[in-house]
Design a protein around this ligand. Structure first.
Ligand code: SAM
Length: 331
């Protein structure tokens, strides 16, 4: 698309044809990290566990009856990755519906979000926001004018998989071969990327073992730090960053380090604001921990790292501040 064709647009993005991918969405302007680009209400919701084509077809038929002709037409124009395998309503829904959160029993069909193509290194984060009743898309990196806006189709843990695994899943479910910046790396760099992603997944599992918070707190905190470094190297800036800061918060507060817990709580909130926005579900609960880390249920379990809020250090130099912040990971 030529820059002229969207230079007057009041919208942040345009729908356009993207070579090799069908339709896609590109930025009309330079979009800053943290910007909410899309907030899309579902055309309809559907039980996520329904995989029977006949049941889905009947469900969608009923849901479409209450919609306008334009909406029905827009639904029918969505991409169908299974034209030969299934009836259209099922094929379109299977290609485009998104679960409403990681453990949700429902999925939603979103007419705008459905046009976003996949990247294993996406420039946006997508989240179901039950406060607004919309699927939100936030820039997790600055996005250049004319750049394609992408999401990751693979669940966060799985997207850490190696190139082979990702390609297999995308080919099986979405019927395309991924040629994103990560998948098209030369062999040596691709192997390095695979091993970083495998390491992130492994460390995430380790930190997920609750008893580590107490028994091997430094090691758990060090795993958080390593994950953040590896994710930065992989340019992964999605909501996992906020989750890792929240893990670091919990490790610190469980061991009495109120000062560092407060800083990690602030980082958790800042990252969630970037990826999900100020109306993100549960954000207010986490904000409380910045001022009052001790209100967390793990506070007081141990006091081996005892500090108070007055011990938060201020440094002009970011590196010096980080040395202070992660000091417990080195003990
Ligand atoms: C949810 S739709 C995305 C929008 C779609 N491109 C369209 O034309 O409406 C998913 C389909 O888009 C295509 N697609 C998405 N990401 C792609 C990518 N990175 N490379 C090639 N095709 C892609 C695949 O055909 C996939 O089944």
């Amino acid at each position: 698309m030529s820059p002229q064709s969207h230079s007057q647009s009041p919208y942040l993005y345009s729908f356009t044809h993207v070579p090799g991918k069908g339709m896609g969405i590109v930025a009309n302007y330079y979009i800053r990290r943290g910007t909410r680009i899309i907030s899309d209400a579902p055309l309809f919701k559907i039980p996520n566990y329904t995989t029977d084509p006949a049941a889905v077809t009947s469900y969608v038929t009923k849901a479409l009856k209450g919609k306008s002709k334009d909406e029905q037409r827009m639904f029918l124009s969505l991409f169908n990755a299974y034209p030969k395998d299934y009836m259209p309503f099922y094929g379109i829904t299977k290609t485009n519906a998104l679960p409403l959160g990681p453990d949700s029993e429902d999925a939603g069909l979103f007419l705008t979000v459905a046009r976003l193509n996949h990247s294993c290194s996406p420039n946006t984060n997508h989240t179901w926001n039950s406060n607004t009743g919309t699927e939100t898309i936030h820039a997790i990196r600055d996005i250049l004018r004319g750049e394609e806006i992408t999401i990751c189709y693979i669940g966060s843990g799985k997207s850490s998989r190696d190139r082979e695994g990702r390609r297999k899943e995308l080919a099986a479910v979405f019927k395309f071969e991924c040629h994103c910046t990560i998948c098209d790396l030369p062999p040596e760099q691709s192997l390095a990327s695979d091993s970083r992603r495998a390491e992130i997944e492994k460390l995430d599992e380790i930190v997920g073992q609750g008893d580590l918070l107490m028994l091997r707190a430094s090691m758990a905190l060090n795993s958080c730090r390593t994950m953040l470094r590896l994710m930065d190297e992989e340019r992964i800036y999605d909501k996992r960053v906020s989750r890792i800061y929240y893990d670091a918060f919990q490790i610190c507060i469980a061991n009495g380090d109120v000062a560092r817990a407060s800083v990690f709580a602030r980082k958790t909130v800042e990252e969630r604001m970037i990826c999900e926005g100020p109306d993100s579900v549960g954000l207010e609960d986490q904000k409380v921990f910045i001022e009052n880390p001790q209100s967390h249920r793990l506070a007081g379990l141990s006091n081996i790292w005892k500090t108070g809020l007055e011990n938060i250090r201020e440094y002009d130099d970011q590196e010096e501040f980080n040395v202070w912040l992660w000091k417990r990971a080195d003990s």
